[in-house]
Ligand binder design. Structure first.
Ligand code: C5P
Length: 244
């Protein structure tokens, strides 16, 4: 593990560990044990609903960064104010639903940048959720009432996010190449649904290995259970590093 070249440390910094728990003590323990190798932790609705900004503080105090995964989707004014609050906490990245529309995304972007400037912080990266990967084509067509194909909707929302000035999108590994081809090399792609070759799939159906996700063009990978539910999370991280 000590040997390094210019590419490997870079790949390691692309892993975001999802702190999917409502137990703040467990989250704290995980952050402490992984902070030497993992630089970004995801705080999502579960942990944030249970513990609020304290959950962000636990990560920041350990010297790591936060991806605040609360997927804002509301009227532009409300989302802009939430974006301001996220920026004020010093998060590294947060997200909104592209379905909230262009104005909502633009206002979120401007508010976060403005607040970060006021706080003398680096503006957080703002990414959009396009279409939840838990939805299949039949649900999208029949329940949500959109007749386009999932691929077309994802590209449409990704383009809208870029137009609004966002930094990127959350996307499943199978969507990466199409988004990259359309949206260019600077657009961030954050990919969940990652399973190392040795890990159980759990409820994730279309999984990708960490190496494959990077090769396809993901900038960041979100990994939860293969690390957080491992008997030894540190060892799981090292096994993943060895695969990259
Ligand atoms: O445990 P696992 O590696 O499956 O965790 C993946 C994380 O990424 C979870 O926090 C989950 O909510 C999130 N996520 C996902 N699929 C999406 C969007 C987010 O699995 N399409």
């Amino acid at each position: 593990m000590k040997k390094s070249n210019t590419k490997k440390p870079n790949s390691k910094n692309r892993i975001i560990v999802a702190l999917d728990t409502s137990d703040i003590r467990f989250a704290k323990k995980l952050v402490r044990s992984l902070k030497d190798s993992i630089k970004i932790f995801k705080v999502g609705s579960e942990l944030f609903t249970a513990h609020g900004p304290k959950a962000v503080a636990v990560v920041r105090e350990a010297g790591a960064e936060v991806f605040l995964d609360l997927k804002y989707h509301d009227i532009p004014n409300t989302v802009a104010n939430a974006a301001r609050a996220a920026a004020k906490m010093g998060v590294f990245m947060f997200n909104v639903h592209a379905a909230g529309g262009l104005q909502m995304m633009q206002e979120a972007c401007m508010a976060a940048a403005d607040e970060a400037r006021k706080q003398s912080l680096t503006p957080p990266k703002l990414i959009a959720v396009t279409l939840l990967t838990s939805l299949n084509q039949e649900e999208v067509t029949k329940q949500i009432g959109i007749s386009k194909s999932i691929d077309d909707i994802v590209i449409h929302y990704a383009e809208l996010a870029q137009k609004a000035g966002l930094d990127g999108v959350v996307a499943s590994a199978r969507e990466i190449e199409k988004i990259r081809a359309k949206l260019g090399p600077q657009f961030l792609i954050v990919t969940p649904g990652i399973r190392p070759a040795w890990a159980e799939h759990g409820d994730q159906e279309r999984v990708t290995t960490p190496k494959e996700a990077l090769e396809r063009g993901a900038n960041y990978m979100v990994i939860g259970r293969p690390i957080t539910e491992a008997e030894d999370p540190r060892e799981a991280v090292f096994r993943i590093f060895a695969e990259l």
